[in-house]
Design a protein. Structure first.
Lengths: 111, 113
């Protein structure tokens, strides 16, 4: 069953603009992670935010987490054509590191 | 540099065939996972293994089995392939400690005809 739901499903922006995508989930979590997938490839981990954290930065990425609303957002600043990819949120709530993934947001950045 | 490899990038099999998908990681990770990815559904967990010879069912285990005889290798087996198993299959691994990322292989795109 899907735990995370991303919004929007697709996003088209121009280089230099910011891209924001949101993730909502249903049950309590230990952490929430964001992954990127370039076309037809495996997923690459971007950033992890723990349930007791509210905001985290990594380079041009900014992630927020609101556990009261069970939601997270990923902001990519000053986007580049190379940021074109699908972005997935994944929640970890139990043992053994099981992740529940959302359906993803497809981001297209045009030069 | 961490690495998860999968035996094939593309695979075409016929209905009823037995299919083996192999995954190897070189990071000495305890946990390994098999997912399938379908458009609009994201990644769904098929099986995972928390250690050698250990396995647990994920969300969609029907029609699949797994084998983990060595720590670095996790195999997904389709006992009798069906057309509804046409999908992208992704393997991942991670350390036993909590709050660590999963490392993914490049994926195997399986087509069952």
């Amino acid at each position: 069953s899907q735990q995370g739901e991303e919004d929007p499903q697709a996003l088209s922006i121009q280089e230099g603009e910011n891209a924001t995508m949101n993730c909502s989930y249903k049950t309590s979590i230990n952490n929430l992670q964001w992954y990127r997938q370039n076309s037809g490839r495996g997923l690459v981990h971007l950033i992890l935010i723990r349930s007791n954290e509210r905001e985290k930065h990594s380079g041009r990425l900014r992630v927020t987490l609101d556990t009261s609303k069970k939601s997270s957002s990923l902001l990519i600043t000053a986007s580049r054509a190379a940021d074109t990819a699908s972005y997935f949120c994944a929640t970890e709530g139990g043992s053994w590191g099981k992740l529940q993934f959302g359906a993803g947001t497809q981001v297209v950045v045009t030069p | 540099d961490v690495k998860v490899t999968q035996s094939s990038r593309y695979l075409v099999k016929r209905t009823g065939e037995k299919v083996f998908l192999e995954c190897v990681q070189d990071m000495d990770h305890e946990n390994m996972f098999w997912y399938r990815q379908d458009p609009g559904l994201g990644l769904r967990l098929i099986y995972f293994s928390y250690d050698v010879k250990m396995k647990e069912k994920g969300d969609i285990p029907e029609g699949y089995s797994v084998s983990r005889e060595k720590k670095e290798r996790f195999s997904l087996i389709l006992e009798s392939a069906s057309t509804n198993q046409t999908s992208m299959y992704l393997c991942a691994s991670r350390t036993q400690q909590s709050s660590y990322e999963q490392y993914f292989g490049p994926g195997t795109r399986l087509t069952v005809t």
